[in-house]
Design a binder for this molecule. Structure first.
Ligand code: ZN
Length: 238
């Protein structure tokens, strides 16, 4: 992943030629806010995933071979288009969209928990290449910057659209927010049902796996931690 600022004139604007999924300290730090800089509306580094290019034709051929090897009638009229659809379906699930990580100065000095509850997510288990589907609850205690609310869903989406484990996905979302937003605390809870577990193997339909990563005050302060975890369990509306 690289961070590329879109506004060249922004005081915080820097372009960083990073490698995949690496942040640099320089690009990742909004920096202390004071004077004119503090009044600036937004800082929006572009978050981009540097993926290896896809070859859909090769994927389609390989899908046909896989199906044939599994004894499926790939050449029947009903399945003639299946290899192409398979390749496209996987390509869609593995394509990461870029987005602007838009933050604003915390001019109101809001210091309570911000929680976005129940962000839908779908990803691919890297062990079986079967989907896992669920929700993420993402919260933070703001520092000097606050994050545009829609960006929580963007961050979840960004790290979901790749071959993943739920544990790594949870950690990447939290780590990204910790590095890019420099909040006083970050908490991420992911609940998901894995089709590799529900439709095959033990066939534990309905079993949900819950993972969490907490940083800063949401991990270390018992009251903040308890508030965050109870809200993620019950939802924000009592
Ligand atoms: Zn799996």
């Amino acid at each position: 992943m690289t961070l590329q600022d879109v506004d060249d004139e922004d005081a915080y604007s820097r372009t960083t030629a990073g490698t995949t999924d690496l942040h640099t300290a320089e690009a990742s730090t909004p920096g202390p806010l004071h004077g004119v800089a503090a009044a600036r509306e937004s800082w929006r580094p572009r978050v981009v995933h540097e993926a290896v290019p896809m070859n859909l034709l090769e994927a389609e051929k390989a899908a046909a071979q896989l199906l044939m090897a599994l004894g499926q009638p790939v050449h029947s009229p009903h399945m003639a288009e299946t290899p192409r659809r398979m390749a496209q379906a996987y390509a869609e699930l593995l394509t990461v969209g870029a987005f602007d990580f838009t933050t604003f100065p915390n001019t109101e000095e809001y210091d309570e928990l911000v929680l976005v509850h129940g962000i839908p997510l779908r990803s691919l288990c890297e062990h079986h290449m079967l989907p896992f589907v669920g929700v993420a609850h993402v919260g933070y205690l703001p520092g000097s910057r606050i994050l545009g609310l829609s960006k929580f869903a963007r961050v979840v989406d960004f790290f979901s659209h790749r071959a993943q484990t739920q544990e790594r996905l949870t950690k990447q979302i939290a780590e990204h927010l910790r590095q890019q937003l420099e909040p006083r605390g970050v908490g991420v809870v992911v609940e998901a049902e894995h089709s590799c577990m529900s439709v095959r193997g033990v066939r534990a339909v309905g079993a949900r796996t819950v993972t969490s990563t907490l940083f800063g005050a949401l991990r270390d302060n018992p009251a903040s931690r308890a508030e965050f975890l109870s809200l993620t369990r019950r939802g924000p509306v009592a």
